[in-house]
Design a protein around this ligand. Structure first.
Ligand SMILES: Nc1ncnc2c1ncn2[C@@H]1O[C@H](COP(=O)(O)OP(=O)(O)OP(=O)(O)O)[C@@H](O)[C@H]1O
Length: 283
């Protein structure tokens, strides 16, 4: 079952387009959304959240068209920046936001407030970037949404809170069967917590798989340069040559390299390796 489905979504901008985008965000899992700068992550999230119009196609959330107002109650959206209500304090913001949600949980709000160590009487415009992110999280989580969407949530956070946030997200999954979708450049965060990964590049999805499949299927192969000829080159996705050797991404069963013995090294590919090699130009 999917919490979100994109069907043949198209969005054309002046110098950028997303064409025929089909993605599924499975219910009850953490899905990471990765891609280099300008690949279309924020555009995709804004279309999902009905902030940006689609040109073609359709999006369903909880099986309902994404423009249906009633679904907002069920979503917690964490922006990479808080650009509204900058003159407000947390106290004042709560007086506006809490009544909008039937599921507002005041005890949960108070416990996150204490955990995030945020001041309630300071204007938001005086918050640091990390504090704004925590504030955005505080409001998104306190109405116990079924679906949490985060655009670059860990960007402005110090490493200690980032780790705490990842633990918190993982605990939400254990206890409450929520669905989480987060875009990030910090792929090591996803190596730790994601169940599924969607990789967008130049407006196209180039990978949409479970982490288990990714770990089983992608390897980085390192060896001597003389191993690379026209035939072996075909085996790899992106090759990086160095003075003495090469490293390259391989998709499939790496046992085909067994004949090379200890002349090559085979490692599981990280998400960073996959991003790097899949978007790499020839050298
Ligand atoms: N308001 C806009 N009008 C026109 N083009 C835009 C607008 N916002 C973004 N774009 C373009 O759309 C493309 C995708 O941008 P988007 O912000 O979706 O990428 P992203 O993957 O989120 O990037 P980043 O990782 O840098 O945040 C870029 O080429 C960008 O210049």
């Amino acid at each position: 079952m999917n919490t979100v489905e994109f069907h043949h979504v198209t969005k054309k901008r002046k110098d950028f387009s997303i064409e025929n985008l089909n993605i599924n965000i499975p219910k009850g899992y953490i899905t990471g959304f990765i891609g280099p700068n300008g690949s279309g992550k924020t555009t995709t999230i804004q279309m999902m959240m009905n902030i940006l119009q689609l040109d073609e196609g359709n999006i369903k959330l909880f099986g309902t068209p994404h423009k249906d107002h009633t679904i907002k109650q069920r979503i917690g959206f964490v922006y990479d920046d808080l650009y509204m209500y900058e003159e407000f304090t947390i106290k004042k913001m709560k007086s506006f936001i809490a009544p909008l949600y039937n599921t507002w949980n005041e005890n949960l709000f108070q416990s996150y407030l204490a955990k995030f160590e945020l001041p309630t009487r300071k204007k938001l415009k005086k918050f640091s970037r990390g504090m704004k992110m925590k504030c955005s999280l505080l409001f998104a989580l306190s109405h116990e949404p079924e679906f949490i969407v985060m655009d670059e949530p860990t960007g402005g956070l110090d490493p200690i809170f980032r780790r705490e946030l990842l633990d918190l997200l993982q605990n939400l999954m254990v206890n409450e069967d929520q669905t989480i979708f987060l875009s990030t450049h910090i792929t090591t965060d996803l190596d730790r917590i994601a169940d599924h990964v969607i990789f967008i590049y130049q407006g196209k999805i180039i990978l949409q798989q479970s982490m288990d499949d990714i770990k089983g299927q992608f390897h980085v192969i390192k060896g001597k340069r003389d191993m690379i000829d026209a035939d072996t080159k075909e085996l790899f996705i992106g090759i990086q040559n160095t003075e003495v050797g090469f490293s390259a991404l391989f998709e499939g069963n790496p046992s085909i390299f067994n004949t090379f013995g200890n002349e090559i090294v085979i490692d599981h590919a990280t998400l960073e390796d996959i991003m790097y090699f899949m978007t790499r130009k020839e050298n």
